[in-house]
Write a protein that binds this ligand. Structure first.
Ligand SMILES: Nc1ncnc2c1ncn2[C@@H]1O[C@H](COP(=O)(O)OP(=O)(O)OP(=O)(O)O)[C@@H](O)[C@H]1O
Length: 719
């Protein structure tokens, strides 16, 4: 039997020898091939290769491998092993890098240099001077140590020499002792010592392979430990389950890394240069409600605004959604305050309102505070409504009416407070105030706007009456609520004098009345609360926006709307209702903080309001009514009988020509309660007279009227 030859696959083309190919991993044993051990001819690219012969000990294999790409199945175990190996290598590399850096730092006073650069970057001159001094002292100590090094080396050598000498003398004395006492020969001690040294060398001879192999392993383990301690975990080498940082706890290194990766070059550079890797920028991370709060002192050259503008990126770097990260600007210079919610915590509903759950709810207009909801820390958000006008804005269907109504319902538990309510949607959201409010107007038409305007004008009259009352007179607080106030501002309808109800002109009735109450109503407890959609300059004039004390906004569309709703100060300080999610953050509002406990230095507060549904509101209102004297609500304000201006003029004028500027005063004497005469001027009167066909003369810029002319027009009209 011939010796088995190593199996090779030989490929033959056109009679020429082709290069040998390595064998595939799963080659069938010759016995399995063909029948009964007979081999089939091998095939390559469709060609039959030559048969085995005695001259050619090549084993033919039935393998077709022509022009095929080999697809490798990913093996979980292989991937795992590769990942672990790569991770160990990278971490150990980081460990080496750390050792080298530390050695280099030690040689070059790196810690001092970095601290100096950080202090420079932060603009902290005290710290800068301190570290410069420390660096100088360290350099001096080192210099001294270097100067003393040769002396120290000599001392060590001398000590070693003396030690060896002493040891030899000891051995000689010991040998003498052994010899003199007859215990042994003089050289016995030296032989024992030689034997001991031989044993140690023998052991070393045995152990050196262990040392040669073990030392690199120990160094590798140590480098890996150092890398884990000092290096940054390589996320792409982590298993997917560990790689996902969303929802991970907020640690100082997470915050600093998130800030570093914000894409603000000076911030990244400053953090890189800080000796403590940026930890010095952070205040303590405090638990705050369903999240954590941390103040970050930015290095010089980085503005708070730049960080604020990158809220989304910061949130993503922190492993949170944008709406779960709030950036506000506290009082401290160059500082941002981050509030980072626990993942998903803001999507959990807050509990029901105490208005619903507490059957003994009480309210006090002056000293009480309405339970409106919870702030982001999870503390109860209470708000004082005493002598405060209020404005609440937001996109449609975000919870504006519910938030406004919840405050009114609480205040209704104070029996002294009177309500006059205009709901310019009229879908029944305020219907539970029937028999509680003195006036309740519900509906969206121009007539409803006119009626609501008269309610607000009544407020002006009431305010003026109270202002003129003797000092010390006590009045019940009156709250005039106009929900969907944008309907009034946008109303094109004019009254019989041609004055528009809507708009923002000096003759616009709703606007002017609202302004007057906002100007002077607070002191005499005549208050105006408005709810309005989607603020623009047209549907919410600037003066009216700024006249409200409490300004709150649910989700709005744009930053400019946030500014309209809350004012520049609040938005510049981080208030961002435009970043609330329409639909998802219903009932969450940002308030300018008036009447609430706002953390020091903050210019706004985010409140998740309790939702009191319309049905619950009806129950709460019933409870409030039970505590109050029943009132009969007027559903519409009586329509004042319009007066006939020309007839009134006929009545007040004599026969002589008059200056038109004097006539409004005569008319006011005739009908003091008729509001259109209140602000009437000679020029406006001239315009109305001209329209009616009455001649008005202008001599020397003085408008005059001949009463005979007026009477002629009246006569002609009656004929
Ligand atoms: N505090 C809240 N928490 C959760 N959901 C709320 C809250 N307030 C309101 N909602 C939801 O939002 C819906 C709309 O509320 P509401 O009518 O108060 O909104 P709106 O802004 O006044 O709407 P519109 O401007 O169209 O009148 C409610 O039916 C309720 O489902």
């Amino acid at each position: 039997m011939t010796e088995p030859q190593p199996r090779r696959l030989q490929i033959v083309r056109d009679g020429a020898d082709a290069p040998d190919l390595p064998l595939p991993a799963t080659i069938p044993e010759p016995a399995e091939v063909g029948h009964g051990g007979e081999l089939e001819p091998a095939v390559y690219d469709g060609e039959v290769v030559d048969e085995p012969s005695a001259a050619s000990p090549v084993v033919r294999l039935p393998v077709t491998i022509a022009g095929r790409a080999i697809a490798v199945q990913p093996s979980e175990r292989t991937v795992k092993v590769a990942r672990v190996t790569a991770s160990v290598a990278v971490t150990a590399g980081q460990g080496w890098h750390s050792w080298l850096t530390r050695a280099w730092d030690a040689l070059t006073l790196g810690v001092h240099r970095r601290q100096i650069r950080a202090a420079e970057a932060m603009g902290d001159h005290v710290r800068l001077a301190e570290w410069l001094e420390r660096k100088q002292a360290a350099a001096m100590h080192r210099h001294q140590r270097l100067m003393e090094a040769p002396k120290l080396a000599l001392r060590v050598l001398a000590f070693a020499g003396l030690g060896c000498g002493g040891f030899l003398v000891l051995l000689v004395l010991l040998s003498l002792g052994v010899w003199l006492t007859g215990v042994g020969e003089f050289g016995a001690v030296f032989r024992w010592i030689g034997g001991a040294i031989r044993v140690v060398l023998l052991m070393l001879g045995f152990l050196w392979p262990v040392l040669v192999v073990g030392t690199p392993v120990v160094v590798l383990v140590a480098a890996h430990r150092e890398g884990r301690r000092r290096g940054t975990p390589v996320t792409w080498l982590m298993p997917a389950s560990q790689r996902d940082t969303s929802g991970a706890p907020i640690t100082p290194s997470v915050v600093v890394t998130a800030l570093r990766d914000l894409g603000i070059a000076p911030l990244r550079k400053a953090i890189a240069e800080m000796g403590d890797a940026g930890a010095g920028m952070l205040g303590p991370i405090r638990i705050a409600g369903c999240g954590v709060e941390v103040d970050v002192m930015l290095p010089s050259g980085v503005s708070t605004e730049e960080v604020q503008k990158r809220r989304r990126k910061l949130a993503e770097n922190l492993g949170r959604h944008e709406h779960e990260t709030f950036i506000t600007i506290p009082q401290a210079a160059r500082t941002v305050r981050l509030w980072i919610a626990d993942s998903g915590a803001l999507d959990e509903p807050i509990g029901p309102s105490p208005l619903v759950t507490d059957p003994d709810m009480k309210a006090d207009y002056k000293s009480g505070r309405a339970p409106w909801g919870q702030d982001l820390r999870g503390d109860a958000a209470l708000i004082s409504l005493f002598q405060r006008h209020l404005l609440i804005t937001g996109l449609s269907n975000q919870g504006k009416t519910a938030a406004l109504r919840a405050l009114a319902l609480w205040l209704a538990f104070d029996p002294s407070v009177r309500f006059r309510i205009g709901d310019l949607k009229g879908a029944g959201d305020w219907a539970m105030f029937e028999d509680l409010a003195d006036v309740l107007i519900q509906g969206p038409t121009d007539e409803h706007v006119a009626a609501v305007t008269r309610v607000v004008e009544w407020g002006v009259g009431e305010m003026e009456r109270r202002l003129q009352a003797p000092a010390g007179t006590r009045f019940d607080p009156v709250v005039i609520i106009v929900d969907e106030a944008q309907v009034a501002f946008m109303c094109p309808e004019k009254d019989e004098m041609g004055c528009p109800y809507g708009g923002t002109k000096a003759t616009s009735r709703f606007f002017m009345a609202a302004r007057k109450i906002q100007n002077q109503g607070r002191a005499v407890d005549v208050l105006l609360w408005e709810g309005t959609q989607d603020p623009t300059d047209q549907n919410l004039p600037k003066l009216v926006r700024e006249g409200a004390h409490i300004r709150a906004s649910l989700a709005v569309g744009t930053e400019s709307q946030s500014r309209m709703a809350l004012g520049d100060k609040a938005v510049d300080g981080g208030a961002s209702p435009h970043l609330l999610r329409q639909g998802l953050d219903k009932g969450t509002l940002v308030s300018n903080g008036e009447g609430s406990d706002v953390p020091p230095g903050q210019s706004s507060i985010t409140i998740r309001t309790h939702y009191v549904s319309t049905e619950e509101a009806a129950e709460v209102a019933d409870r409030a009514k039970a505590r109050r004297t029943k009132v009969t609500t007027r559903a519409t304000v009586e329509v004042e009988q319009p007066r006939d201006l020309l007839a009134d003029m006929d009545e007040v004028l004599g026969e002589e020509r008059v200056r038109l500027a004097d006539v409004p005063a005569f008319l006011r004497d005739l009908a003091p309660a008729w509001r259109p005469y209140e602000s009437l001027t000679g020029t406006e009167l001239a315009a109305v007279l001209k329209r009616e066909g009455v001649r008005v003369t202008n001599t020397g810029n003085v408008l005059r009227l001949d009463p005979a002319d007026l009477r002629r027009v009246l006569r002609e009209a009656s004929e």
